[in-house]
Design a protein around this ligand. Structure first.
Ligand code: ADP
Ligand code: ADP
Length: 229
């Protein structure tokens, strides 16, 4: 069964001569439990697609479904609950609270989540069991991104969305972060969707969607998947 489906998904920013057609009719299916990598050049509409299926933004036209729920028909309140209960987000820049420890950054999310895991477990899953009381400024970029992943998974999300998760990291640190994302998929069974322009990220994907100019160009199933270690 599919975690997501879209039909004719369209997004236009602005109007008239200034209109930007970010998505031009996207038909997509993301199977449950897979790691799907959406690969394409900067400005091709990847983040826009992620934000719509992640309930952060709305389509201009077409439909997006999460399981059997039509996101286009949800009220703002329903979208907020959808994000709270089902969606974990990881961005390029970790967006941690600088005045809080790793533990406290993760705890913030577990306090409002419907079905959270223990804060310690989330930090152990990303390999930071020994760094729980460190502040962001005391951690490397890769460690901070792992805290951000712990924060995203602590709510036990159905789906983990990662937008350029290694974009601010050197390649060795980036590989370690991809390894953690791979573990999250394996240990928790969460569907994972990663958007990136970095082709190396595609090696851990079950499915690679090549995206350009607001449209899907090809979808490749990855039979020779490598774990990124
Ligand atoms: P990608 O993630 O592939 O880099 P984006 O989804 O960020 O692509 O952007 C797709 C297109 O939409 C780009 O031309 C971008 O400039 C434009 N765009 C994205 N967000 C906005 C916005 N909030 N307002 C206007 N244009 C936007
Ligand atoms: P460089 O260090 O020259 O930038 P990379 O770090 O991109 O190169 O890749 C180094 C090696 O690690 C290559 O053999 C590449 O195939 C492999 N690699 C990179 N990313 C991944 C990944 N996500 N999964 C598996 N192997 C990877």
């Amino acid at each position: 069964s599919a975690t997501f489906r879209t039909r004719g998904l369209t997004k236009v920013y602005g109007e008239g001569a200034a209109a930007v057609h970010a998505l031009r009719g996207v038909d997509l299916e993301i199977p449950e439990g897979e790691i799907v990598v959406l690969l394409g050049p900067s400005g091709s509409g990847k983040s826009t697609l992620l934000n719509i299926v992640g309930g952060l933004d709305r389509a201009s036209d077409g439909e997006a479904w999460f399981q059997d729920q039509n996101l286009s028909e949800m009220s703002d309140r329903e979208l907020t609950l959808y994000r709270r209960d089902h969606v974990g987000f990881v961005f390029q820049f970790y967006n941690l609270m600088p005045s809080l420890t790793a533990y406290e950054n993760v705890e913030l999310v577990t306090e409002i989540a419907d079905n959270p895991m223990e804060v310690e477990r989330a930090l152990e899953l990303v390999g930071l069991g020994e760094r729980m009381n460190h502040f962001p400024a005391q951690m490397s970029g890769g460690e901070q991104q792992r805290v951000a992943i712990a924060r995203a998974i602590a709510k036990n999300p159905t789906v983990l969305f990662c937008d350029e998760p290694t974009g601010a990291l050197d390649s060795a640190t980036g590989r370690a972060v991809l390894h953690v994302i791979n573990d999250v998929n394996r240990e928790l069974g969460a569907t994972v969707m990663v958007v990136t322009h970095a082709a190396a990220t595609a090696q851990m994907a079950h499915r690679v969607i090549h995206f350009a100019d607001g449209q899907i160009r090809t979808v490749t199933e990855n039979d020779t998947r490598l774990s990124p270690d």
